[in-house]
Write a protein that binds this ligand. Structure first.
Ligand SMILES: Cc1ncc(COP(=O)(O)O)c(C=O)c1O
Length: 425
């Protein structure tokens, strides 16, 4: 049997059977539970690493990872300079609602409609376009003072192929051979300031990869500057900084990584030698993934060709394992160190055979009614939850300063039909 999954920053919470039982009693299950202290310390740790390596930088939290307004507000409170990476009108809306300054909002869309571009022009301080056709649509609205384009440097990296977002198979970004022409057109159209951005994949745990990526971006940026006669206002390295979902994965050493990235940046832009672009990052996972767990109750155990542990949470509640076959630690609440005695698939009540939260997982013995915690669900957890099978989405709770607080109500079945009309007979 493999060793127990005993390591996690939130293990102390899961070990407290009475406290977790109380959360389940008070708020019901399935339930997203966030540890506010962990979230704040992740963000501050990241900011401190950047502050010691860069004189001018901006953290734009990738809102696609999590848009709970309460969480965004406490993040903003603990880091007033917080910016937002937005990729939809909804994300722009919530960035504005929680008070993230327009100048700190970066909009990176793709295949945007004219309506979307209009909205982005009005409410994002910085626009980052994925293609020249987006720029053509934008020009029909108005020429902005500043524009950024997303570079596809011809390579990318992610924890698995589905989350690699640059390179030959990626739908994102502009090939290096085409990008100079695009900036030239933008300059000739009247754009005055420029940015450049690259998001090459998610879940990277090798700090040196980001040094390689930044070197490629900066080489391209410097070439563009000398060809076209401008200096970039900002350079965004995107997101993609991974977290250890498994015991055998090592967390990124952000101090070491940003130290190296800062040195790389200075080797291209010497601060004592004139203006240097602002360094931007768009982190999602590294800020919030490990600050939440999904609390679920065992609803049934079935012995078939395999053993199935059925939960009241499924792919509708938390999609990543079904979508990408990702691994998430699961703990038995109150006893995270219990020896593993079964091997089972963890599933929900959705009518899809891909409805899995874990496959062939060794686990302690469990019975109906037991509580389990699925870990590292803070990023792309609730934000990817759906109402499939006409099941309401779960509630979210925040633990902070020794108190629990409901930060999103559980949906009711009626809510799912609140925008429909029909003739009841
Ligand atoms: C443009 C952009 N920026 C940032 C991110 C955040 O990535 P991560 O959560 O891996 O840091 C993403 C994620 O897909 C993205 O598409």
């Amino acid at each position: 049997m493999p060793k127990t999954d005993s390591q996690h920053p939130l293990r102390y919470l899961i070990s407290d059977r009475d406290a977790v039982n109380e959360l389940a009693q008070q708020y019901g299950t399935p339930l997203y539970v966030y540890d506010g202290d962990r979230l704040i310390s992740n963000l501050q740790h990241l900011d401190a690493a950047l502050a010691s390596a860069f004189s001018d930088y901006q953290i734009c939290f990738a809102l696609k990872a999590n848009t709970n307004p309460h969480l965004l507000s406490i993040m903003k409170e603990s880091l007033p300079s917080l910016g937002a990476d937005c990729s939809s009108p909804g994300e722009l809306y919530i960035a504005e609602q929680v008070g993230i300054d327009n100048k700190r909002r970066l909009y990176t869309g793709n295949y945007e409609t004219t309506e979307e571009l209009n909205l982005a022009l009005a409410s994002a301080g910085h626009l980052n376009l994925d293609d020249i056709t987006s720029f053509d649509r934008l020009m029909k609205i108005r020429i902005p003072d500043e524009i950024s384009f997303r570079l596809n440097p011809g390579f990318g990296s992610g924890s698995f192929p589905e989350v690699v977002t640059s390179g030959k198979e990626a739908k994102f970004g502009i090939q290096e051979v085409k990008i100079a022409e695009i900036y030239r057109r933008a300059k000739e159209s009247g754009v005055k300031r420029f940015g450049i951005q690259c998001m090459s994949g998610s879940g990277n745990l090798d700090g040196d990869y980001f040094v390689r990526l930044l070197t490629a971006i900066l080489t391209c940026a410097r070439k563009l500057e000398s060809e076209l006669g401008f200096t970039f206002s900002f350079i965004s390295l995107g997101g993609g900084y991974g977290v250890p979902y498994r015991n055998d994965e090592k967390p990124l050493d952000v101090n070491e990584m940003f130290g190296k990235l800062g040195a790389t940046f200075r080797s291209f832009y010497d601060p004592s030698n004139g203006a240097s672009p602002r360094f931007v990052i768009e982190p999602g996972k590294i800020v919030i993934a490990d600050s939440a767990f999904l609390l679920a109750r065992v609803s049934g155990i079935k012995e078939s060709y395999k053993t199935f542990v059925g939960l009241d949470a499924g792919m509708n509640t938390f999609l990543r394992p079904a979508l990408y076959k990702t691994y998430h630690k699961i703990f038995k609440v109150g006893d995270p160190k219990a020896p593993h005695e079964i091997v089972a698939d963890f599933t929900g009540g959705i009518c899809e055979n891909t409805d899995r939260l874990a496959t062939d997982r060794s686990f302690p013995n469990v019975k109906e009614g037991d509580l389990v915690a699925i870990m590292d669900v803070g990023a792309y957890g609730f934000s990817m939850a759906s109402q499939y099978n006409t099941r309401p989405r779960p509630a979210e709770v925040l633990l902070l300063n020794g108190e629990s607080r409901l930060i999103r109500q559980r949906e009711k079945i009626q809510d799912l039909f609140s925008h429909t009309e029909w003739n009841a007979s």
